[in-house]
Design a binder for this molecule. Structure first.
Ligand code: BT5
Length: 331
């Protein structure tokens, strides 16, 4: 852990409201002058740290920017996801950066954020709009011990983590649309892009890319997205602190990844089902060049969607675009 993240963690976890330079220097094992220099640096980034000769240092406010040391300082006890955090101001796609790290042999759990992406992407080469400073655009490297056909479980787990975080941080209740969308009031607020490198029987690595619209306003969406997309700010009618949201989301993702690694997919799937807007609905699924119509019944053990068609047959859908149909639509 870096000195800056230790300082920020110490300032955030104060029993009293301030900590002296002498105490920080003792705890961190560096000189008071070095602490002072780091505090000055944090201030220049926008951290409002008050220093008073008698009482010591106090953190009054943090800026709404993504800063790796700050995010690390907020995560205590991450087992895998968030052990290593890197922030870029601008990149093509965070999935590309993580792919390079994966090929270089970097350990699983690294998280790469970008304040903006120039080539953010969705599935099947679709574009993902990622303007600067308003969202969370990030990717996580995972090296799970699962078969390639079970990778959808990771998308399911990530969607459940996202939905729980939205609800606990903002009070807004989202609905999950299988497999990778989070909707609020029927509009997309978040999407997940799961990419993998695999051999026939085993996964080499998975890149979990997450886009979450946090503080975008209506004006930040291009015309074609206005009717179908929204943000937490629009839904909650207030600005959301991005680092705080990001830290909670990483905690939730870490927790769900641990549950999957311990063989508890069923528990995660039950939570997903409770948050799902897909199950029980009449759906139309475009999968490859096929269209499947019917009632979405449940998830199977791999995270695939089971749809009962008009002929009573169960179709197992492993990937595709789901649209919900009004209940009275004739099959
Ligand atoms: C997704 O694809 O929803 C996956 C999105 C994943 C984005 C993250 S950001 C970090 C990481 N790095 C990347 O390059 N990607 C990941 P899909 O289900 O195919 O949906 C794509 C569609 O969503 C587009 O065709 C648009 O209609 C819509 N869309 C694009 N940008 C959006 C936004 N910011 N908010 C809501 N909808 C959007």
């Amino acid at each position: 852990m870096t000195v800056d993240s230790q300082i920020l963690r110490a300032l955030r976890s104060l029993d009293e409201d301030s900590v002296s330079g002498a105490e920080l220097s003792q705890r961190l094992g560096i000189s008071r002058a070095a602490i002072w220099a780091r505090i000055e640096e944090l201030r220049s980034l926008g951290y409002d740290i008050q220093a008073s000769p008698h009482r010591g240092y106090q953190l009054l406010d943090s800026p709404d920017l993504l800063h790796a040391d700050d995010l690390l300082s907020r995560l205590d006890g991450s087992q895998v996801i968030g052990r290593d955090i890197r922030v870029f101001q601008k990149t093509t796609s965070t999935n590309d950066i993580v792919e390079k790290l994966a090929r270089d042999g970097v350990a699983e759990g690294v998280v790469v954020f970008a304040e903006s992406q120039t080539q953010g992407r969705g599935r099947l080469g679709r574009a993902w709009v990622s303007p600067p400073g308003k969202g969370l655009w990030f990717s996580v490297l995972l090296r799970p011990q699962i078969a390639p056909q079970a990778v959808t479980r990771l998308t399911i787990a990530a969607a459940a983590s996202l939905a729980r975080t939205v609800q606990s941080v903002t009070g807004v209740v989202p609905r999950i649309k299988w497999p990778n969308d989070l909707l609020v009031n029927g509009r997309k607020i978040s999407g997940i892009l799961t990419e993998l490198s695999a051999e026939l029987d085993h996964v080499k690595y998975v890149i979990l890319g997450i886009g979450m619209n946090i503080n975008l306003t209506e004006a930040d969406f291009p015309a074609d997205l206005k009717p179908i997309a929204t943000s937490l700010r629009v839904a909650a009618k207030r600005e959301i602190n991005r680092p705080e949201f990001a830290a909670e989301l990483l905690r939730q993702l870490d927790r769900d990844y641990r549950r999957l690694s311990e063989g508890q997919f069923q528990r995660v799937a039950e939570e997903w089902e409770a948050l799902s807007g897909t199950l029980g609905s009449e759906v139309e699924v475009l999968t490859g060049d096929r269209v499947v119509r019917g009632r979405a019944e449940s998830l199977d053990h791999d995270g695939a969607l089971l749809v009962r068609t008009q002929h009573g047959r169960i179709e197992r859908i492993i990937g595709g675009d789901v649209s919900l149909r009004p209940p009275d639509t004739k099959l």
